[in-house]
Design a protein around this ligand. Structure first.
Ligand code: C2E
Ligand code: MG
Ligand code: MG
Ligand code: MG
Length: 286
């Protein structure tokens, strides 16, 4: 009886639950404040052609320029933004900023008119009725060519409400944008499911890339994922390439594009614009 009483007390007064609830509420308020104060910025990481290493596009990655905490990475705020629904406003902001900034590079940097931009969408954004309108106005207002915009979604999103997702993806594709499946291989998509979705690109998760040059099982798995992409006639992007031997192995396997610290870490808009300029500038052309 004493034990049961103890358990009851713990269930009702557990101080760690209280602390967690307070932290969640504080985090939410801070996110709202950050959004209102325009503290969220976009960093970009180059995506390159394999094997040449030539920059063909960039992925937009959210960062929080926090007044006290400094530059905060997405792992520390995306999940809470999803739980609170604030990801809808945050995601719309990131999409608009990325479209405007990359449209500016395409316009201002000679040779860069075809640079692509990939933008992450969260599952929560797909529950919004006006997602397609939101994307359409970002495209129209920025003037970016829709076929140079890639929307990255995760496998788990595809599995949530298949029929509704298929319809929304078709509507997005009708705007002219491309669809990529992010972190591919970490979810549960079956082959037959995958065929139902209008997708263009598979991004192979870093977890499959890490061991390919040292572990033959990993190499076999990566080869199978690349084969899947080819069978479905999709482009493939290998994420998290850190070593040159991974680059050559992946390009031998026929992977279309690569992204990773070997080529470039994510950088600010100014830093990556400079990199794009160097890539496409007069010296690079000679
Ligand atoms: P992701 O979309 O898979 O983005 C790739 C992540 O891998 C980025 O982390 C990038 O910095 C990291 N990365 C790239 N190459 C390498 C490498 O060679 N080595 C290592 N160790 N890491 C590498 P980041 O910027 O911290 O973003 C983490 C995740 O947060 C993203 O994963 C994405 O799922 C999410 N995220 C970022 N921005 C947004 C956004 O605007 N909206 C939504 N919904 N999610 C976002
Ligand atoms: Mg991504
Ligand atoms: Mg990814
Ligand atoms: Mg990933």
């Amino acid at each position: 009886a004493a034990k049961a009483g103890g358990r009851d007390r713990i269930a009702v007064f557990d101080p760690s639950m209280y602390t967690a609830a307070v932290k969640e509420a504080e985090g939410r308020t801070d996110l709202e404040r950050g959004l209102a104060n325009n503290e969220f910025v976009v960093n970009y990481q180059p995506i390159v052609d394999l094997p040449s290493g030539k920059l063909v596009g960039v992925e937009a990655l959210a960062r929080w320029q926090h007044p006290e905490r400094g530059l905060v990475a997405p792992d520390a705020f995306i999940a809470q933004a999803e739980r609170t629904g604030l990801i809808v406003a945050l995601g719309a902001h990131i999409l608009r900023v990325a479209c405007f900034e990359v449209a500016g590079w395409q316009r201002d940097i000679p040779g860069a008119e075809n640079v692509r931009v990939s933008i992450n969408l969260s599952a929560r954004q797909f529950q919004e009725k006006d997602l397609v309108d939101m994307v359409r106005s970002a495209l129209t207002d920025s003037g970016i060519r829709p076929d140079l915009v890639v929307l990255e979604i995760t496998e788990s999103l595809l599995m949530q409400d298949v029929d509704a997702t298929v319809i929304t993806l078709h509507e997005l594709r009708d705007l002219g944008v491309r669809i990529a499946i992010d972190d591919f291989g970490t979810g549960y998509s079956s082959l037959s499911y995958l065929r139902r979705f209008p997708i263009d690109i598979l991004k192979i998760d870093k977890a499959f890339i890490d061991g390919i040059t040292i572990d033959s099982d990993d190499a076999t798995l990566a080869e199978a994922v690349v084969g899947l992409g080819k069978a479905l006639r999709l482009s493939t992007v290998a994420e998290g390439i850190e070593h040159i031997d991974q680059q050559s192995m992946l390009s031998d396997l026929g992977v279309t594009y690569g992204q990773g610290y070997l080529f470039a870490k994510p950088g600010t808009a100014d830093e990556i614009a400079e990199m794009v300029r160097e890539h496409y500038g007069p010296e690079a052309a000679q």
